[in-house]
Design a protein around this ligand. Structure first.
Ligand code: GLC
Length: 497
């Protein structure tokens, strides 16, 4: 069982800028331990200009001062290990920051230099090279994937490729030097005892940037002819194998995870299809089936890139889908705040929006800040214990967060927090359990998990009317009140026969 910490927004022990930090995580580690998860995944804490909040790394060997020091990280790792909690880092191999020494060297070295070959530089089209190499638009904001540099002699120069913002140049993974550099980075962190990585944009490392016949979005992501991303992932896997503490890696692959998860590539990939399936029983069943057939999933319905399910689906459905997901075979991941039923904040004022998507889209896409608002820990007004009272959190918390604090939910056995804690406890009974589908009615998702000692049924009601429950002992329920023989709409339940 994983728990995703988005460090900027988890807890802040020292920053005057109201940004969460590593010491804040150490101080609040007992919250995660108390939930009963096995591992945390930290969104990137490496040195970064923070254009994309850490997903633009300028030094993979150092901790960004905004989050603390390497000594803080070592202390966090030790504190987590002492409590039986594993720690995964967020590895960002697709691109670096434009402030990374590799990139500044590539620009400084000039056209044709070996250093340029670490990134994807191309000459522009037209007589003076002023037209970008292709017309393709990028993943974030439908803006061009090419940015032109000024050559060392001051003339307008080549263009470099970036799937995301111009400050995130894509690496050239067909250059063996890039792989060698990353193998060293992986080993640096694994030698410290880190328990593995969540791997960002994991399936698009090698790509054909010269093609002009591709469209915005996922279609853009055509691979090189041999799709050598597989070779990169095999190298990652073999690095992991060299360690006795059995580190893992989870691929961020939004579709087609199956072709990258095998004995040689990713041990685990995110089960995103259930996040995308919406509130629809046949679609959810198909999503589950697709993932189970092919991969070792880490099921997920919330993360730092997606509006929170408590708002996307509504609080009751979000709790129900969380409970259903926890009943599926494989691992699962909760995103910080999901255990509180925290809503998305959709009405942040324009002037505080900090996601590059907002600015880069010219204000047409509000971006992902709504799911990244700092957690409410205690008290009745902002900053709700997230940071010192005199400090303003980097994104403002709405007054309604008062009803969602950890402190208030701890006292309430019917709260989402206490329900989640119980679910995670019961979930331990599922280790090694089998899986079989039950009823395929259009208003429900229903499956069974045969265990050594009995059978656990998992049922979610997507219809408009209550469903009669067969006799059995209720083990977990998503409504604050246990069902009394009937499962109401928008609820899920586990029972044992
Ligand atoms: C991944 C991350 C996202 C980031 C993007 C670029 O999708 O989850 O937050 O913006 O990659 O690195």
């Amino acid at each position: 069982m994983f728990y995703q910490i988005y460090p900027r927004s988890y807890a802040c022990a020292g920053s005057s800028q109201g940004v969460g930090d590593l010491r804040g995580i150490i101080d609040r580690l007992d919250h995660v331990v108390g939930l009963g998860v096995d591992a945390v995944w930290l969104s990137p804490v490496f040195c970064s200009p923070q254009v994309d909040h850490g997903y633009d790394v300028s030094d993979y060997y150092a901790i960004d001062p905004i989050f603390g020091t390497m000594a803080d990280f070592d202390e966090l790792l030790q504190a987590a290990h002492d409590r039986g909690l594993r720690v995964l880092l967020d590895m960002v191999p697709n691109h670096t920051s434009d402030q990374h020494a590799w990139f500044t060297a590539a620009v400084a070295a000039g056209r044709g230099a070996r250093e340029r070959d670490w990134y994807l530089f191309r000459d522009g089209r037209g007589a003076d090279g002023a037209v970008p190499p292709t017309d393709v638009l990028g993943s974030f904001t439908q803006t061009p994937v090419w940015t032109r540099v000024t050559e060392p002699d001051g003339t307008p120069g080549q263009w470099y490729f970036h799937l995301f913002t111009a400050e995130q140049p894509d690496l050239n993974w067909l250059n063996p030097a890039v792989l060698a550099a990353f193998e060293q980075i992986w080993r640096f962190w694994l030698d410290k005892g880190v328990d593995g990585f969540r791997v960002d944009v994991a399936d698009h490392l090698t790509k054909d940037v010269d093609r002009n016949d591709v469209r915005f979005g996922n279609d853009l992501l055509t691979h090189d002819a041999d799709n050598r991303t597989h070779e990169v992932l095999r190298a990652l896997r073999s690095t992991l194998r060299g360690y006795e503490h059995q580190p893992t890696a989870i691929g961020e692959i939004w579709s087609g995870g199956a072709s990258y998860s095998s004995d040689d590539e990713f041990p685990q990939t995110f089960g995103f299809p259930i996040l995308k399936a919406g509130w629809d029983a046949p679609a959810l069943r198909a999503a589950i089936q697709e993932v189970l057939a092919d991969t070792e999933p880490v099921w997920v319905i919330d993360n730092h890139d997606t509006p929170r399910s408590a708002s996307r689906l509504g609080p009751a459905r979000s709790r129900a889908l969380t409970l259903l997901m926890l009943g599926l075979p494989g691992a699962a991941c909760l995103y910080q705040g999901q255990e509180l039923g925290l809503p998305n904040v959709d009405d942040l004022p324009d002037e505080v929006l900090a996601d590059p998507v907002w600015q880069r889209s010219g204000g047409t896409d509000r971006g992902r800040d709504g799911c990244r608002v700092p957690l409410p820990w205690s008290g009745s007004q902002p900053p709700f214990g997230f940071c010192d009272d005199e400090v303003e959190p980097w994104l403002p918390q709405p007054p309604q967060f008062a009803g969602f604090t950890v402190e208030s939910q701890r006292r309430d056995p019917t709260s989402t927090l206490e329900l989640t804690r119980r679910w995670l406890g019961v979930r331990k009974q599922l280790v090694g359990a089998g899986f079989q589908w039950r009823d395929e009615a259009p208003d429900r998702v229903h499956f069974q998990r045969p265990t050594d000692t009995g059978t656990i049924d998992v049922l979610m009601n997507l219809g408009d009317t209550s469903i009669a429950l067969p006799p059995g002992r209720i083990l977990a329920h998503s409504d604050p009140k246990p069902p009394d023989g009937w499962l109401p709409p928008d609820a899920a339940v586990w029972w044992e026969v």
